[in-house]
Design a protein around this ligand. Sequence first.
Ligand code: F2R
Ligand code: MG
Ligand code: MG
Ligand code: MG
Length: 362
Amino acid sequence: SVANLVNKFRGCLAGGLIGDCLGSPFEADNPISRSVLYNFLTKQLEESAKMFQMFPFTDDTAMTKSMAQSFIELKRFDAKDMAKRFSVEYFKDPKRGYGGNVVDVFAALRHTHYEYPYEPARLQFNGSGSYGNGGAMRTSPVALFGFHLSDAELIELATNCAKITHSNRNGYNGAILQCLAIREALQTQSSPTDHSFDVNVYLNSLIEKMQKVETTICTETDNNDSHNKSNGVPETPFTDKLNKIKKIFESQTKVNELSGEKVAYILGNDVSALKSVPSAIYSVLRGQTPIEAFQSTNPFVRTLYFALSLGGDTDTIASMACSIAGALYGNDLIPNPLRKHCEDIDLLIKYSEDLYDLVPNK
Ligand code: F2R
Ligand code: MG
Ligand code: MG
Ligand code: MG
């Protein structure tokens, strides 16, 4: 059993919201200005602010909320229900910064009355499917609802949830990795005194699981075999990136040397899942040790700072990083001022508690 699991559930959804709301003002800044970021985050951390500026959430959280609602109301996974919630939410409130092409999926889902929830996504990009990070960015409710599942069951659930919009192998595998990273964080007990945990144990577990995911032979329903294999050997791009991260973390000197800009160059910072999920995971691990450019003793704050410092798809990378960090450290470590800046924080906390209530045999 995990100590204070409900606190970790709350931290996961609160963290994801904070990363999205505080990251979206910088989305597409590439590179991001150090001084602007320093001043911004310093300001959002002020305890005694007269007024807390409210930052709206974007598509990342809109879709996370739909996922959570579907699990909470049905107490099971239903692809049609989830597809309908995504689509209805989009048409109700379309100006949330959705991806350029996923909106066609929402239109096609509505047009076909959600009868074939996987069809529109399969047809995207001439049948190759989206490899955007939209499946990964909304996956936290899967890790919470599926907390008690076996790896194989959790992976299947994450895949089926992602494929409603993202049928490209790298699109749904990114969602699987993000989901596994959150579940691993929920199961990891960081030190009650200095919040440390074993980075190597954490990474090795993810590498072992992703290796299995990426080397498993694809079924005929996968529509992008050309991406999967070269010379009969399955490609393992996510596993390769995790191994790159592992190599960097073998030397603390190397870790200290790498600025956000350099990490963005090595791992990526764009809207594709492959060039954002590993960067989010890196940011969480980077949060374990001090950051010269932003002095904070709080590893959640350091994670947020580093994720934003990558630039590019900041709302999504920070949201994914902070949902993992929140799952690791728990809600109590998240500074109160940060949450006060976020639209719908109380609702996300409520959803995390509702999802916790659904976990059997706690
Ligand atoms: N859309 C954005 N940000 C840019 C604009 C918003 C900004 N606030 C502004 O207005 O200035 N952010 C959101 O989108 C990302 C998630 O996107 P998702 O859900 O994966 O969408 P989509 O459309 O499926 O994919 C995104 C783009 O990736 C490229 N792409 C994907 N698969 C492709 C393929 N097989 N071949 C070629 N290109 C592919 C396309 O350019 C898609 O438009 C998050 O950042 C979220 O915050
Ligand atoms: Mg967004
Ligand atoms: Mg698609
Ligand atoms: Mg984004």
